[in-house]
Design a protein around this ligand. Structure first.
Ligand SMILES: C[S@@+](CC[C@H](N)C(=O)[O-])C[C@H]1O[C@@H](n2cnc3c(N)ncnc32)[C@H](O)[C@@H]1O
Length: 428
């Protein structure tokens, strides 16, 4: 928290800007400080958090970008987004992003004062953080496909004192051609490809940060130009609402009895056979690889996604309660689906009574379930032996149609506009 004198000054400034009374302005400031402290604590953002990002998190009044949401709710949980719009089916269409994901992506973006930044997918909150980072000499443009979102973002930005952030209603697939080029572009909506406009509208030494799907796994990548393609050597947590417009991706999906299998790529399985497979006898394979209590268990996720049969499993609480699945958690559980069989990462198994560490394992169902479960456990062993604690994969993004001989070795993902390759160097 700021010192007492600074606090009073900040509270008065906030009251003048927003018309809030003293108590509300002070409470918001305190809550925001606590939220920033939560993010500053060592969580796996994939990067160190720059002081400027932390200062911006302490400054921008997040609650003003979530009208109608109780003040405490706007700050109490740095790990959760606030959904602001849903489809008729209940799918999230727009949200105020989770602060720790925003913080990690801003760390990747490395914004400098005076720069020109484009945000794709608005809401106002992150645009305000960006405005804090570029300062008065810089500029921020934010584009959203939904006029309801841009209208709300405009009103919230004005109320919070960020009237000079430019809001545009358009399909972000095409960037903001009239206002580029940009030193930085940040994508705040789930993409699976890099459309040409994003690279064309970047300055020669500009950086693009985007959450990309790789066989169902969403990670945020920091992409720089290198020898005619884009390269990212860092990835961080990401999870966003799906892209609409020209970049919309339908993917592959199978819903059955409260369990969803999905991927952004086609999955080569016998759908009818797979639909009933979870009810069949369960095979188990344990990897011998453990993680200490409290450590994230997502380490092997990108390595598992390199398997061509990889997809993700999501289970309803009801399916878990009925004992149909015993997964690590209910969302985005790594799975392998092939022919008429399925394996998925099992709920972690404690190695002792105190639960000091937990072991990775896999459950399999169907005629090839045991084989698939063993394959998944084997991938985790390889990750543990060769890549754990290493730099993680490098993502390179090449124009679509680049001959295989010009691509690096690794997992190749063909997209409409690009060919992406995930390559691993062994941990030293
Ligand atoms: C997670 S929200 C963005 C959150 C926001 N940046 C914040 O400050 O918290 C994602 C937004 O992307 C928008 N969106 C979806 N497809 C888009 C597209 N093709 N172009 C621009 N915006 C898009 C949605 O309407 C939604 O408002």
């Amino acid at each position: 928290m700021p010192r007492n004198k600074d606090l009073k000054r900040l509270v008065r400034a906030r009251m003048a800007e927003t018309g809030e009374n003293y108590t509300r302005a002070l409470t918001a400031l305190e809550l925001r400080g606590a939220m920033a402290d939560q993010i500053a604590a060592p969580v796996d953002l994939g990067k160190d958090l720059p002081d400027a990002v932390l200062a911006a998190l302490r400054t921008v009044p997040r609650h003003l970008f979530a009208p109608g949401v109780p003040l405490a709710r706007a700050y109490e949980d740095a790990y959760t987004s606030i959904v602001t719009k849903r489809s008729e089916l209940g799918t999230s269409l727009s949200s105020v992003s989770a602060p720790w994901i925003v913080a990690g992506m801003l760390a990747q973006l490395d914004v400098r004062p005076g720069q020109s930044v484009l945000e794709i997918g608005s809401g106002g909150y992150q645009a305000a953080l960006l405005r804090e980072l570029v300062g008065a000499e810089g500029s921020v443009t934010t584009v959203d496909i939904d006029p309801e979102v841009t209208d709300r973002a405009r009103a919230c930005l004005d109320l919070a004192g960020y009237g000079d952030v430019r809001t545009l209603c358009a399909d972000g697939e095409y960037g903001a051609p009239a206002h580029g080029p940009f030193d930085r572009i940040i994508v705040a909506v789930q993409a699976r490809d890099i459309p040409p406009a994003w690279t064309e509208q970047l300055t020669p030494d500009g950086r693009l940060v985007a959450p990309l799907l790789t066989r169902g796994v969403s990670r945020s990548w920091e992409l720089d130009r290198e020898d005619g393609h884009l390269v990212s050597r860092s990835n961080g947590p990401a999870g966003f609402v799906p892209m609409q417009g020209a970049g919309k991706h339908r993917g592959w999906r199978l819903d059955e009895a409260g369990v969803r299998l999905w991927s952004d790529e086609p999955v080569g399985v016998d759908r009818a056979a797979l639909a009933a497979v979870l009810a069949t006898e369960r095979a188990e394979a344990w990897s011998g690889v453990t993680v200490p209590r409290g450590e994230l268990i997502t380490g092997p996720d990108l390595w598992l996604a390199a398997d061509p049969d990889h997809c993700c499993l999501k289970a309803s609480q009801d399916a878990v309660d009925r004992g149909l699945v015993a997964a690590t958690w209910t969302m985005n559980v790594p799975a392998l689906a092939a022919r008429s069989s399925l394996a998925y990462r099992a709920r972690m198994r404690p190695v002792d009574d105190e639960g000091t560490a937990y072991e990775f394992g896999a459950y399999g169902h169907g005629p090839h379930g045991a084989e698939l479960a063993e394959r998944l456990a084997g991938h985790i062993r390889t990750w543990d032996r060769d890549h754990r604690g290493g730099p993680g994969p490098v993502l390179t993004v090449h124009p679509a149609g680049t001959p295989a001989s010009d691509l690096p070795g690794g997992c190749v993902l063909n997209r409409r506009h690009t060919t992406m390759v995930l390559s691993w160097e062994a941990a030293r």
